[in-house]
Unconditional design. Sequence first.
Length: 123
Amino acid sequence: MRKNIEPLSWQATLSDFSKRNKMRPTRLEVLGRPREVESDYWLEAGLLFTGVALETDAKRGASVEIMLQVPAAPTRDHMTHTVTGVKRVALETVNGRDEALEIEDKEEAVTIMRFEPQVPGKT
């Protein structure tokens, strides 16, 4: 079930989401504006979710940072993906478990972070 989150609840919802899903494997996708052709692409697959943060600015509006890291890397290499001009945040759940975070920006591009199945024996 996909549920749009009210803007006043973004901060608390994203904080709780981060706590519930820390170190789960992910897949990050960006879908271009609906009118664009072939603008869908994957940014990564298999990195571990470390958190998501909301920042607000009176001039630029809201931005969301999705933070990921490489599994079992001694240097803890990481990736941060930032969505600026956020106008919509939605959570998708299945049987009470988070499955995806969807963020739409002011230009109608949608970033989707999905959780991948856990691999037995890996964290």
